[in-house]
Design a protein around this ligand. Structure first.
Ligand SMILES: NC(=O)c1ccc[n+]([C@@H]2O[C@H](COP(=O)([O-])OP(=O)(O)OC[C@H]3O[C@@H](n4cnc5c(N)ncnc54)[C@H](OP(=O)(O)O)[C@@H]3O)[C@@H](O)[C@H]2O)c1
Length: 324
């Protein structure tokens, strides 16, 4: 089988494609033939060794995949050969197959009627956006929601899901192309932070202020977005794709009477987590939240796929097609 390999930390261009032997399964393991894998910003950081956690080289990057179970070892009952599944892990997804331990099962069955590539794209980004909006920001129908990085994976998901939950969405992104896609998923106000002053543009779009800011970007965008909140508004910091962790004057939080929260999966109480996941699956199956696949690359172009994400050029999700 072929796999993308990171032998030395660095830019996406360090990735090579290598042929590997498929090892026999050990007790409790499952082998999945991957058909599609999604690229996440964290993959870029892991390859550069700038993520919160370091993975020793050599390793196969890729944290989200969808495919078919092709082999299970004796005693594994959770899945069967032929099941279509998606999974998230840390590494290993940019390969024609992956072996997963059943006791660390992060596999989910792909619902009937959902394409494999759609399932691959509907993972971390949509789940991050949904748990953020539902459980951290406590979004209600009628809320005004500002989404930063609205053309990115988490951003487009937040636009779609905010609209599905009844919010009026203001999308902030760096290009007309990204904003057009956000508009196609229901964003009502569009702000190009490259051509417009963000603080002024948000004031004009939302004179009464916003209820929620979802921020996967950080950097210079966070403070003007926080300033656009009305009293009682909630700012959720999700990530720092800009590469800059913003420093916000704390008096702003006091003076404006707003809340600042971070999103991490582990902080969502288990019962809410299950409820959110069930609601999210229903949104996918009903076609109300279908991921936007901006680009697909064959395995031997994995470095190009990672480069697109590293440069902030991706619109929605970028996939690696393992069937090509
Ligand atoms: N807390 C969590 O559990 C969690 C979960 C998932 C993701 N995250 C984090 O959330 C962030 C966004 O993830 P994503 O999947 O949405 O990423 P993405 O698809 O690459 O989108 C990130 C967006 O950030 C903006 N950006 C600004 N400066 C950039 C730069 N120098 N390089 C790249 N992008 C830049 C771009 O928007 P504009 O061009 O419009 O400015 C881009 O569309 C990442 O930091 C990721 O690690 C956190």
């Amino acid at each position: 089988m072929r796999a993308a390999v990171c032998s030395d930390y660095g830019t996406p261009e360090v990735i090579t494609i290598e042929a590997r032997l498929s090892p026999p399964l050990e007790a409790g393991q499952i082998r999945i033939r991957i058909e599609s894998a999604a690229v996440n910003f964290s993959d870029v950081l892991l390859i550069a060794n700038t993520y919160q956690v370091s993975v020793p080289t050599p390793f196969t990057p890729g944290s989200e995949f969808a495919g078919v179970v092709v082999e299970v070892s004796d005693g594994v009952a959770a899945v069967a050969v032929g099941d279509r599944v998606t999974g998230t892990g840390f590494v290993g997804a940019f390969a024609e197959e992956i072996i997963i331990a059943s006791d660390k099962l992060t596999l989910r069955r792909i619902p009937e009627g959902v394409e494999t590539r759609t399932a691959a794209a509907f993972g971390v980004a949509h789940r991050t956006a949904y748990h953020t909006l539902r459980s951290v920001a406590r979004l209600k129908s009628g809320d005004e929601l500002i989404v930063l990085g609205a053309g990115g994976g988490v951003g487009i998901a937040a636009v779609q899901l905010g609209v599905a939950l009844g919010a009026t969405v203001t999308a902030v992104a760096s290009s007309t192309q990204k904003l057009d896609v956000a508009a196609s998923y229901g964003a009502s106000h569009l702000v190009n932070h490259r051509t417009d002053d963000l603080r002024t543009a948000l004031k004009a779009a939302l004179p009464q202020g916003a209820d929620i800011v979802a921020d996967p970007v950080g950097g210079d965008l966070s403070e003007p977005a926080l300033r656009a909140l009305r009293p009682g508004g909630r700012f959720v910091t999700i990530g720092y794709a800009s590469g800059v962790i913003p420093k916000i004057p704390l008096n702003l939080v006091l003076v404006k009477g707003v809340q600042v929260n971070g999103f991490q999966f582990k902080d969502i109480p288990p019962e809410e987590f299950r409820r959110n996941e069930a609601e999210l699956t229903e949104l996918l199956v009903s076609g109300r939240a279908v991921p936007h696949i901006g680009a697909e690359f064959p395995l031997d172009k994995t470095a190009d796929a990672l480069r697109m994400v590293a440069d902030g050029q991706a619109i929605g999700k970028v996939l690696i097609d393992l069937t090509a």
